[in-house]
Write a protein that binds this ligand. Sequence first.
Ligand SMILES: Cc1cc2nc3c(=O)[nH]c(=O)nc-3n(C[C@H](O)[C@H](O)[C@H](O)COP(=O)(O)O)c2cc1C
Length: 365
Amino acid sequence: MGDIFTPWRLGGLALQNRLVRSATYEGLAEPDGTPKIELANLLGDLAEGGVGLIITGYAYVRSDGLGLPNQTGVYIDAQVGPLARVSDAVHRCGGKVALQIVHAGGQSKPEWHAGHQLIGPSAIVHPAFGAPIAAMSKDQIADVIDCFGRAAARAKAAGFDGVQLHGAHGYLINQFLSPNTNLRDDEYGGDIDGRARFCLEAYQAARQAVGPDYPVFIKLSSHDAMEGGLVLEDALHVARRLDAMGVDAIEASGGVIAAGKNSPSRLVKGPEQEGYFLAEAKAIKAAVKCPVISVGGWRTRPRIEQALDAIDAVAICRPLVRQPDLPRRWAQGSEESPTCVSCGKCIGVAMRQGLACALDLAKED
Ligand SMILES: Cc1cc2nc3c(=O)[nH]c(=O)nc-3n(C[C@H](O)[C@H](O)[C@H](O)COP(=O)(O)O)c2cc1C
């Protein structure tokens, strides 16, 4: 049995336990992406709750890279100061925090974009959001890659302990990886080497911006869980290449938003449905040298401890929305299971008023 409370290292970053707060969009920024003080308070509470590493909700690297309203931005230097309040709050509470960086590409809605055209590898209509997407020019590709580097530098300047690229769930990096959304016939499309080029160049830009010793890691879709999409074999190839380039860890997720019930945030009705991407995480672990984090439906201590025999850490999202202090209670010996029912309604709450548990709010009414 793996022990949840054994320290480990993500690159140069020493972490006290094997529990990671998976990136969770909070909806706690101003319309221009500047994080509000409420975000610092929320993540400070999480740090007090004892999770080993907090990964922030996705922060967009260029002004047209937003996915959801009131999402955190990291696309201009003026955001560094407000972001530093967030990392400070976590550090004051004894925690560690990495900033997740993203460009949503075509996975958004035009009405949230104040006039920006949605862009992606190819001119298609988004399968879930229904909006038309314009194919990116080579100049646009080069600029977005540059923005990943600049955003990573801002994360470091704002005092974050690391930066995670969002390479999963149907956002821009995943759009380039997936044959469903990448129909290009230039060097950014075609076989997996072409489809991986954008991901690898975004990683390289981030790495160059922060230097060899600063933790840079990635959340990678192991497959799209959709017909015609990214498959595990291709994801393993990407994982191997990132590993060879020095990525500090891979968080193995899967599914795209358009995959419906096979999306990244699935229902978990019992222990047998926990860790629904564990097999994929194990396959990635066998292919790389860097640590591998498994995300997707982790709930109970026994299941997590069993998984830690095979992988390095587990990441948890929805249960920590409801009970940010669950890790501390487990550390004190509790065996309790989370009260989260995995309904996923916290995302709607985050969009309306900022991240909170929908069930808790319903009780208050
Ligand atoms: C409210 C909400 C917000 C999320 N925001 C993000 C995000 O910003 N970045 C990301 O990579 N995944 C995001 N996810 C996906 C989670 O990080 C996680 O991969 C997924 O929910 C499975 O973990 P869980 O079963 O512990 O919830 C979000 C999920 C939810 C429910």
